[in-house]
Write a new protein. Sequence first.
Length: 353
Amino acid sequence: MRGTEAEMDRTGVRGAVRRAVAAALVLGAAGASCTSQPATSGTDTQASTGGDSGSSSGSEGTTSSGTSSATTDAPTSSTSSGPGPGSSDTGTTGTTGEATGTGSTSISDTSTSTGEPDLGPCPPGKYLICESFDDTEVGAIPQGWVRHGDPIAVADDAAVSGSHSLKMGPIPVWERRIYHDAAALGSGHWGRVRYKVALPVPDAFVHSTIVALYGKGPTTGDQEVRVVDTVKEDADGWNNDGNGNHFQYLYNVQPNGPEFGKGSDYDWKFDDQWHCAEWHIDGPTQSYDFYIDGAIVEQISIANGPGNYAGSEIPDAFSEVRIGWVNYQESPPGFTAWIDDVALDDERIGCQD
């Protein structure tokens, strides 16, 4: 997806070019990659302990938890106010927030009507990774996660369970995410995340990622595998209806070379409501499924089978899970979004808990 799209006028020619580019992206055609710039390998050891989410001090090529830096789509404009590729900002060290990840969870202090403690969506030991954000102070990020980009922090203005969620404030382009070690996930897992996007959304044709995983593809090397991923139309729209709010879900992989993936129809709209996204991904069988509000999106399911990597390239293990918001094209003034009740496990979690 090329930055020069923003320079075209709103004509049928522009719409035709946009359709061709998007079709190439989801079909994995050569040369259809969003502009990509490999980040320089580095190490960032400042894992968050619930620190303040101050202004970003992004630096080129830093990574979290000692893992390799992923090659991700770069913004299409050098005037972005967001951080550069692979930048990280962990904020000022604090003392709040429960550790998350393997063997540790967020626990609510409230009680049920029967006097039993209300453990919320993350009871101890139930899931491999779980985060409800309720034990992290407003303005901080949970312990065990590393912030990349800004503004992103725990907020109390929207939540599904408890009173806190993770909020991504608006910037025109690039990354507001938190990363967590994913070694506990093994070769396959289920994931669940709840999210909502504030209205109005930017008038832009824009590819945005909510949940991604980092690992080595069987034949493609270091890459980001985007398991909750969207592409949104602009106001011209795919049907020229002036709405500008329709989007597709897609499975999308960004290695060092051209990205590839598999996309759905543009059947969804951002609506300022909470939605439950689930995924199942498995390296040994090279399979992937995506669900929204409990319903499978069959158009982007993958069932390649063992040893068949074309169009999937699912690693046998992931080193990081990355949640938040990153958009790869200029879309001023930016998206405002919230995430809550993140959980990953070796069995399906569902949208009921």
